[in-house]
Design a protein around this ligand. Structure first.
Ligand SMILES: *Cc1c(COP(=O)(O)O)cnc(C)c1O
Length: 405
């Protein structure tokens, strides 16, 4: 069977194939391979945005706040927790950006472990995670312990075991590494960190909506993630934070605003934190930017995260198959885990000179993700990408690599 026939056969057997039709068309795009950076919009999102502006905002005006907007950070958080995070109600909020939530949670965590002076993290984590922790370390007089990870794989439990000790307040890692796509063993790393008395903070940006997550079951203490990648929330859509029930009374986040107050509208003289997860909020929630979440969560609930993961593995498996057949012979390297057990939702390819191919790729309607210095990330979002689309995109890449040999 030719690879094109294989793509067609995989599409014909795909139980999620019809979900593609729910997305707005992008006429100039032949192959969108960057769902891990910005998910595509649903047609339902355009309608919801229009209704929201005309009816809820335009029609109800300030009454919208008491109609329900004030509860959205919590109600959407609970839905997200149930559909994608394996989190029981009352532990997830939608708010801020991932960067700001990382700051709030990491500060709360290190302050809850007084006397412990060490934070363990890895050198290959997303820049914002590293930068935020640098700032907190400077602010609180902590030492950062950097684990060097293999750039083709990622954080290993044995490395964490070697790094944590009685002085460790917090460990911070990404569930799926943004560069290699390595899927970390979250329960095992949690077990190791907890044995040393440290708290664990997980960044779910590259796994939420793509890989099944079981925060409660895995013993995660704190987590953050963004909603504009596999969750299709739109550019700059608000992030989410998870704080396990048993820690909610003892952790205090540092940005004490009126929306995290026990009684926001009493406008009282001093700050008194709300009980429960609401205390993670700071200012007025970005309601307008939360509108798409309603359509996206409906879709993900209907599709089911297990089915999404099954298709994701077939998609990235097909990427590997095409890469091995077409690109590896041309000097391209696969710099992602190959085993399904440790593979997240994207595959990264490496070759010097990829940067020069970006413009001709875009001109041909093929949109992968480029990461300096020479990595192309292929991130086919399962609900919006077909196998034929992956075939078409990588065929264009193959032709360009051949031409630029
Ligand atoms: C995308 C991403 C972020 C983004 O943070 P923002 O505050 O939304 O800019 C953070 N961490 C990881 C691991 C990411 O992949």
């Amino acid at each position: 069977m030719s690879l094109l026939d294989r793509a067609a056969a995989l599409d014909a057997a795909d139980p999620l194939a019809s979900y593609r039709d729910r997305f707005l068309p992008a006429p100039s795009v032949v192959s969108y391979l960057d769902g891990n950076s910005l998910g595509r919009p649903l047609a339902a999102t355009a309608d919801l945005m229009d209704d929201f502006v005309r009816d809820q905002w335009g029609g109800r005006l300030i009454q919208g706040w008491t109609d329900g907007w004030l509860e959205w950070p919590l109600t959407l958080g609970d839905r997200l927790g149930a559909i994608a995070l394996g989190a029981a109600p009352g532990q997830t909020v939608v708010a801020d950006s991932t960067t700001v939530l990382l700051y709030k949670l990491a500060r709360a965590a290190v302050d809850a472990r007084p006397g412990r002076r060490k934070v363990v993290l890895d050198t290959d984590n997303f820049p914002t995670d590293r930068y935020v922790l640098e700032g907190i370390a400077a602010e609180r007089g902590l030492a950062l312990h950097w684990i060097e990870t293999d750039p083709v794989t990622g954080i290993e439990p044995a490395q964490v075991a070697e790094a944590v000790d009685a002085d460790t307040a917090l460990v911070l890692f990404s569930h799926v590494a943004y560069r290699s796509g390595w899927l970390a063993d979250v329960p095992e790393i949690n077990r190791i960190a907890h044995e040393a008395g440290a708290l664990t903070l997980w960044d779910l940006c590259h796994s939420a909506g793509s890989v099944p997550i079981a925060l409660d079951e895995w013993g995660v203490d704190l987590a953050v993630g963004c909603s504009y990648k596999y969750l299709n929330g739109g550019p700059g859509a608000p992030a989410f934070a998870y704080l396990r029930h048993s820690l909610q009374d003892s952790l205090r986040q540092p940005i004490q605003g009126w929306m995290g107050h026990r009684a926001s509208f009493e406008m009282g003289p001093g700050y008194e934190a709300a009980t429960g997860i609401r205390a993670l909020l700071s200012g007025t929630p970005p309601i307008l930017a939360m509108v798409p979440a309603h359509a996206n969560l409906d879709m993900l609930a209907a599709a089911g995260i297990e089915a999404v993961r099954a298709k994701s593995l077939l998609l990235t498996g097909f990427v590997l198959e095409l890469a091995d057949e077409w690109l590896v012979p041309l000097g391209v390297e696969v710099v992602s885990p190959r085993s399904a057990e440790r593979r997240g939702g994207h595959v990264t390819l490496r070759r010097p000179g990829f940067e020069q191919l970006l413009e001709p790729l875009w001109a041909a309607g093929v949109i992968p993700d480029y990461r300096r210095p020479d990595g192309l990330r292929i991130g086919p979002a399962p609900l919006s990408t077909s196998f034929t689309e992956v075939y078409q995109g990588l065929a264009v890449l193959r032709d360009l690599v051949e031409k630029h040999q």
